[in-house]
Design a protein around this ligand. Structure first.
Ligand code: HXC
Length: 511
């Protein structure tokens, strides 16, 4: 072949690969409000940084006439690029080629990316849009999935793994995203379920739509599977970029510090008035968080799930942290099954990736009831206790108001390894609330009037932070207006913290 022909052959092949399943299928993809895999990659990455690999891979299947149906790239685009000028690896399933279904060759491409990311210490982002296992390939496709799952597990806690669901994701295919750190979904256009509506109808006779079964709203409010939801693909991809700005590239790095003009010693007078004098009145914990973090910039994780606990990322003087906070505005900030598991997973992520944990406490205890007990609140609550206890990152705790019973211990108390424990003068640290305590201690022994006096006496004596401060369980009682400055000081003091738990294969978190 002449030299020119050789070069133009490559140009031609590249063009062909870039066309995926062809113009018609691209138009079909657009017509249902979805972008193509390539468009998504360009939107996600810093401009001009995408480097594709395995662009010319094809499947190796001969059944069902597949030898005559080959598309360069075989339904997944893989490579690396940059987000905020930092290396990330990614794969994007191309729905225009066999519905983005997973063949052996296609899985090999994803596995290659996963292995490279692990070796180079950079995150992996998966853009999922696929009909699942390539039906024509059978067990080879299942093997491909298992290889991906295995690499997800081996990479867990070493590099951040992010999944965006931008189309269908069904059957066993859901388990790769489920093994990653964060799942992003898009309203109306992404679905995750193990068995679809038709199978469900046959087996359980339930009738349910795809959207109600596994859409973004379902997974962000009911199952807690989705961590972030965008209104459309653009917004979702931008949210991934935002999340990445808080994360280190791997577990050996510190999270990236961002310059800020928000003064570290900023006092916030409004905080003096924020906690209501009546301990039974709710208030919005978000207001405290917003006032103390840099520029009110808070990236909340699972904002619509288990709202009685708030988890999310923020910065103090540019340094990323993870925030966990009880929310008195929702179920009085009580700990229940969902809030315990939500926070436990978040705490473990932060610990794995060197994000200090700032915990704001206002918790009346664990939620009573048979539903909670039968549902396993004991083991689920224990997850949060386990997660906070094993976390070796800097842990700073501020008790705003209630810290009652076991929940006091669980919420990053001094006893389970917090480095700095603050309390507001409004803090109430005791075995239980005054009403509950008097009911048990003096049940049937006093009149209603005497009860009011006893409750008030108990509150005065026990429902405050001074007993805990006298014992050294609280390091300092602070004025609310000083919260930002105090957290900042504590972060600076703990910056070089070195702590490791005894060597072991792994702990046995109560699953
Ligand atoms: C091969 C597939 C495919 C698949 C879709 N296609 N899924 N090809 N294997 N799994 C092809 C279609 O034949 C079609 O090809 C093109 O992709 C687009 O699909 P449509 O059906 O036209 O698109 P749409 O109407 O949007 O429906 C999308 C869909 C549907 C809901 C995903 O295609 C579907 O139900 N597919 C099968 C899903 C499934 O049962 N997968 C196996 C799950 S089990 P043409 O040439 O017509 O454009 C599984 C096990 C994993 O995944 C286990 C891991 C452990």
């Amino acid at each position: 072949m002449e030299l020119d022909k050789k070069y133009s052959q490559l140009v031609e092949l590249n063009k062909q690969a870039e066309l995926g399943g062809g113009k018609e299928r691209i138009e079909k993809q657009h017509s249902v409000g979805k972008k193509t895999a390539r468009e998504r990659i360009l939107q996600l990455l810093d401009p001009g940084t995408f480097r594709e690999i395995d662009k010319l891979v094809t499947h190796r299947s001969f059944d069902f006439g597949m030898q005559d149906k080959k598309y360069l790239g075989d339904g997944v685009i893989t490579g690396y690029g940059k987000i905020h000028n930092r290396l990330v690896y990614l794969f994007a399933q191309d729905f225009t080629v066999f519905g983005g279904s997973l063949s052996r060759a296609n899985a090999d491409k994803i596995v290659k990316i996963q292995k490279m990311a692990l070796q180079m210490g950079a995150p992996v982002i998966g853009l999922n849009d696929s009909g699942g296992a390539r039906i024509q390939e059978g067990v080879e496709s299942l093997a491909g999935y298992a290889d991906i799952f295995y690499n997800n597990v081996i990479s867990s806690g070493v590099i951040p793994q992010i999944s965006a669901i931008l189309g269908p994701c069904a059957g066993g295919a859901v388990y790769s995203p489920a093994l990653t750190d964060f799942i992003f979904m898009v309203n109306n256009n992404s679905h995750m379920f193990v068995t679809g509506p038709d199978v469900i109808k046959t087996v359980t006779h339930e009738e349910v739509t795809k959207e109600a079964l596994g859409g973004a709203i379902t997974h962000s409010t009911k199952s807690g599977l989705a961590h972030f939801t965008g209104n459309d693909e653009e917004q979702t991809l931008m949210m991934i970029r935002e999340l990445m700005s808080f994360l280190p590239s791997n577990n050996m790095e510190d999270p990236p510090v961002k310059t800020t003009i928000d003064p570290p010693d900023r006092m916030e007078e409004s905080l003096q008035e924020l906690v209501p004098a009546d301990p039974n009145k709710p208030y919005d914990m978000h207001e405290i968080i917003d006032q103390v973090i840099d520029n009110k910039h808070f990236l909340e994780v699972q904002p619509e799930y288990a709202k009685n606990i708030i988890c999310g990322f923020a910065r103090f003087h540019g340094q990323p942290v993870g925030i966990v906070a009880n929310q008195p505005n929702h179920l009085a900030g009580v700990l229940d099954i969902n809030s315990s598991t939500k926070a436990a997973r978040f705490v473990r992520f932060c610990d794995a990736f060197n994000l200090p944990l700032i915990t704001f406490v206002d918790v009346p205890g664990f939620l009573p009831g048979t539903a909670q007990e039968y549902g396993g609140i004991i083991k689920h609550g224990a997850k949060l206790l386990f997660a906070f206890s094993e976390a070796t990152v800097a842990k700073i705790t501020i008790i705003i108001r209630k810290a009652y019973g076991g929940a006091y211990d669980v919420m990053s108390s001094k006893h389970i390894g917090a480095d700095v424990n603050f309390a507001y003068p409004t803090a109430e640290i005791a075995v239980m609330g005054p009403e509950g305590a008097i009911n048990i201690l003096l049940k049937d022994k006093i009149t209603a009037e005497e009860k009011i006096t006893a409750v008030n006496e108990y509150r005065e004596k026990f429902a405050n932070p001074y007993k805990a401060a006298a014992l050294g369980y609280i390091d300092e009682i602070i004025q609310p207006r000083d919260t930002r400055r105090k957290i900042m000081d504590a972060l600076e003091m703990t910056r070089n913290k070195r702590k490791s738990n005894p060597p072991r294969k792994h702990g046995n978190i109560p699953l």
